[in-house]
Design a protein around this ligand. Structure first.
Ligand code: URA
Length: 260
């Protein structure tokens, strides 16, 4: 019996559902004729720059989308404000992942994360840091737009968390920037963004930098605006510094190729 069948049988016998990431790894092995057994090594193999790694990433991205599209775990997918699921966007070998709260009106219309006003501000911040938005992975804690853009409730966040877990288990980024209280609380429940922003959280091998959400910056004025902008600028810079320390080659992978 093939080892993957044995794994499936063991999980079935123990009445445990095989984790989604494990199912995808097994599929990847079948599809690409991979003989390697360790899931970690297989996932590492999607990070390289060769052609087959690229094909594996395309395959996994479409499977992540399929899994998301079939999700009916909370009522948000039926909500009138939600016309489609908004998957994460970017390469699955990105060493940096940005996580927001959930799609707003523009994101719901376009089916892409961070494309409204807050998203434009986020792109400006990344530009100033010379980071190419298309070379990093950007996603949200919940993938369906909550009614009137309200903050997602715990039940919705819990129900949706398998989607983010799947993305993170495949990408295994070095550094995560948590944009606002919702992603902060996903990693560290019960915390306040006012207290925690700028302070590293280390969880499951990820270095997580919580900072203010770009929409929060857009709501500020006067001196508070200057203070909040400065805080976010420092947080992003610290995240990039940490990424350079952990993975010196990462920066060239995510930088804009500026013309001379
Ligand atoms: N706010 C978020 O948190 N996510 C988006 O995708 C857009 C706005």
């Amino acid at each position: 019996m093939a080892i993957d069948d044995e794994i499936k049988q063991l999980f079935t016998a123990a009445q445990i559902n095989l984790p989604e990431s494990m199912k995808l790894v097994i599929e990847l092995k079948d599809k690409f004729d991979i003989t390697e057994c360790s899931a970690d090594t297989i996932l590492q193999s999607i990070k390289t720059d060769d052609e087959q790694a690229g094909e594996k990433r395309v395959y996994l991205s479409s499977r992540i989308r399929e899994s998301l599209n079939s999700c009916q775990r909370c009522p948000l997918y039926l909500s009138e404000s939600n016309t489609r699921k908004v998957p994460g966007e970017g390469p699955l070998n990105s060493p940096l992942v940005l996580i927001g709260e959930g799609p707003g009106l523009d994101e719901d219309k376009q089916g892409r994360p961070f494309v409204g006003r807050a998203g434009q501000l986020l792109t400006t911040i990344l530009d100033k840091l010379n980071i190419d938005r298309q070379k990093i992975y950007i996603t949200n804690v919940v993938k369906c737009r909550p009614p009137q853009n309200r903050t997602p409730i715990k039940k919705e966040i819990d129900a949706c968390s398998h989607n983010l877990e799947l993305e993170l288990s495949i990408i295994s980024p070095k550094v995560i920037i948590a944009l606002g209280a919702v992603p902060l609380n996903y990693f560290k429940p019960g915390s306040s963004i006012m207290r925690e922003r700028g302070r590293w959280i280390v969880s499951k091998d990820y270095w997580i930098m919580p900072t203010f959400h770009p929409a929060y910056i857009l709501r500020q004025q006067g001196k508070t605006l200057t203070k909040v902008k400065w805080a976010v600028w420092q947080d992003f810079n610290n995240a990039i510094k940490k990424l350079t320390e952990l993975c010196p080659e990462a920066i060239s992978k995510i930088s804009c190729n500026k013309k001379e």
